[in-house]
Design a protein around this ligand. Structure first.
Ligand code: ASP
Ligand code: MG
Length: 402
């Protein structure tokens, strides 16, 4: 078997954990498998490097940021190879350039285009464990790029796809995907399996287990991902196309605390208004999620939408700068809100799922500010102070507890 294993920063945060990972990989290797290991930077290294850069230059060039940030992963693979060597097993570390992992040019948010598998194959055939830097790539100028925060998951899936690996295991500090974040809902249950689509919705909605680009890639190439803990041997969660266990109506509840809401009051009730607003925001690369437009009254209407809190200031600036053209009376920003979602492919064929969620929230006396649905999810916007209570109430209503 060819196994790709990816370990996150907390799994390699210190020498003891590095040896722990080395031993787990060696177990698979000794069982006769080919093993490729993708690593993230140790602990908080990437954050520390970013902080360091800001001390030197508050506005560093993106190219140099990638040059800097990519060093974290290189430290991890080199140390891992030394650990394996100390344990008497042959291994080799490779960075993105050596592999070669080709990406688009966009520094800081490059996308993988193609991975040469030759060098990795050659080293595997030589019976070495191959250690590859996550997160980095090389663009057409032969410059180092990075894939965006959390990008090592994506590296692992891309390598698994390129090598037609038999398994792709992603190890983190949680031991799988839960029906809700166990810090929010203590009796949340670990899922055995989840579909790509559900996982994508949960990842985008802030479940925070896997990078969503990695899930998109896995779906595209049909790579089954196993999410497991590096600290224990429990089974983990399989992310795949179709799950075979009896479908629950709802697979999970996600809470996104990083969402804020902007409302534009008194826009003109005319064609093209929504286009103008969202085109301006799209051009600034601001991702909008839930949108609500009121029914026009007299000559005016209102539009509210949610966006990530780190882009609110940019959005407000852009909208105010275009106030004349957009012709609105007032702009409101609401920061104390959270997005609560239920996700599940089971709801596609079952009416009444949304009603059940609303009933649970009504019984808990929680007010809904906005509602938005898709085929496999229902999202509501609620006050931040109600977040925990709401998540628990909904989780209970769907019987998701352990
Ligand atoms: N080290 C990078 C980060 O912290 C990539 C990763 O860990 O996946 O974002
Ligand atoms: Mg991560």
């Amino acid at each position: 078997m060819l196994i790709v294993k990816k370990f996150g920063g907390s799994s390699v945060a210190n020498p003891e954990r590095i040896f722990n990972v080395a031993r787990r990989c060696i177990e698979d290797y000794n069982a006769g498998n080919d093993v490729v290991v993708v690593l993230s930077a140790m602990g908080d290294t990437t954050d520390d490097l970013i902080a360091l850069a800001k001390k030197i230059n508050p506005n560093p060039q993106k190219r140099e940021m990638d040059m800097l940030m990519s060093t974290g992963e290189q430290i991890s693979v080199a140390l891992m190879s030394m650990a394996m060597n100390a344990l008497g097993v042959r291994s080799i570390s490779l960075n993105a350039f050596q592999v070669a992992m080709h990406t688009t040019s966009a520094y800081g948010s490059a996308r993988l285009k193609r991975i040469d598998s030759e060098r990795i194959r050659r080293e595997l055939d030589d019976r070495k464990i191959v250690l590859v830097t996550g997160f980095q790539g090389v663009n057409k100028y032969d410059d180092v790029t990075t894939l965006g925060r959390g990008g090592s998951d994506t590296t692992a899936v891309a390598i698994a796809a390129a090598l037609h690996a038999d398994a792709c295991e992603i190890y983190t500090d949680v031991d799988g995907v839960y029906t809700c974040d166990p810090r929010v809902v203590p009796n949340a249950r670990k899922l055995k399996e989840i579909t790509y689509d559900e996982m994508l919705d949960l990842a985008t909605l802030g479940a925070g287990v896997l990078h969503n680009r990695c899930v998109e890639l896995a779906r595209k190439y049909g790579v089954e991902i196993v999410v497991r803990s590096s600290l224990n041997n429990s089974e983990g969660t399989i992310v795949k196309e179709v799950t075979k266990v009896e479908r629950m109506l709802v697979s999970g509840v996600a809470l996104d605390k990083d969402a804020d809401r902007i409302s534009l009051i008194g826009l003109q009730n005319q064609p093209g208004v929504a286009f103008k607003v969202f085109d301006l925001l799209a051009k600034a690369n601001i991702n909008i999620d839930v949108i609500l437009q009121s029914i026009g009254r007299d000559e005016t209407k209102d539009i509210s939408f949610t966006l990530p809190d780190d882009r609110v200031d940019d959005a407000v600036e852009i909208l105010n700068a275009n106030k004349e053209r957009l012709k609105f009376d007032k702009l409101d920003v609401e920061k104390d809100i959270v997005k609560l979602s239920i996700v599940g492919s089971g709801m596609m064929s079952n009416p009444g799922v949304a009603a059940k969620m609303f009933e649970a929230l009504y019984n808990a006396n929680i007010n809904l500010n906005m509602i938005c649905t898709s085929e496999i999810r229902v999202t509501v916007l609620i006050d931040a102070k109600d977040a925990q209570r709401a998540a628990q109430a909904v989780h209970d209503a769907f019987g998701l507890e352990d």
